[in-house]
Design a protein around this ligand. Structure first.
Ligand code: DAT
Length: 175
């Protein structure tokens, strides 16, 4: 048993860019009053990066700094963490890890609309085809807390948010 069990659950929403992590997390935060932590935004706001990746046009995040920044909030509980990676967070932080997944052609259109092209676009589509985030989640967390949810349509978002809201409301702290 943890020495200081949290009173509220922490949930990680992960998946390839474009699958709907931020949309889902934001609606879930509205429904549950939990805190939505968008790691990409946190990294930018607090300069938690080591440089800029020219190939992928994104910051190279400093994972240690990100974890230091999050530690107190995660210990307190009540967080929805939204990020396209999951293997560098301490396993003990999360009560549930949700991997959102999207049909490849739907994802292609979403990422093109976002302005992704070339290597960045093809790498992300490959990442989805090969279920990289699902594998990463399964190797980083206990199998029983990892779930994959389809996120192709607005109906999928509503169903996922409803299901996760029920789960979060019914969560009980470890006694
Ligand atoms: P992520 O945070 O995973 O990068 P997002 O929440 O920013 O993704 O969504 C990217 C875009 O796709 C945004 O315009 C909203 C849209 N979208 C996401 N999930 C969707 C879904 N299940 N149905 C329809 N549109 C969706």
């Amino acid at each position: 048993m943890a020495q200081n069990p949290r009173k509220k659950p922490n949930i990680l929403i992960t998946g390839t860019p474009g699958v709907g992590k931020t949309t889902t997390s934001s609606l879930l935060a509205d429904a549950t009053q939990l805190r939505h932590i968008n790691i990409g935004e946190l990294v930018k706001q607090n300069n938690l990066y080591d440089g800029w990746d020219e190939d992928f046009h994104c910051h190279v995040i400093n994972e240690d700094l990100v974890c230091d920044e999050l530690e107190d909030m995660m210990e307190e509980g009540g967080n929805i963490v939204d990020y396209h990676g999951c293997d560098f967070f301490p396993q003990r932080w999360f009560d549930r890890v949700v991997v959102l997944q999207t049909n490849n052609s739907v994802l292609y259109d979403r990422l093109s609309n976002r302005g992704y092209m070339g290597t960045k676009l093809s790498n992300n589509i490959e990442c989805e085809i090969f279920q990289v985030l699902l594998e990463e989640a399964k190797t980083s967390y206990p199998e029983e807390i990892v779930i994959a949810l389809q996120s192709d349509s607005v109906d999928d978002i509503s169903r996922n948010v409803g299901m996760l809201t029920d789960w979060l409301r019914n969560w009980q702290p470890a006694s």
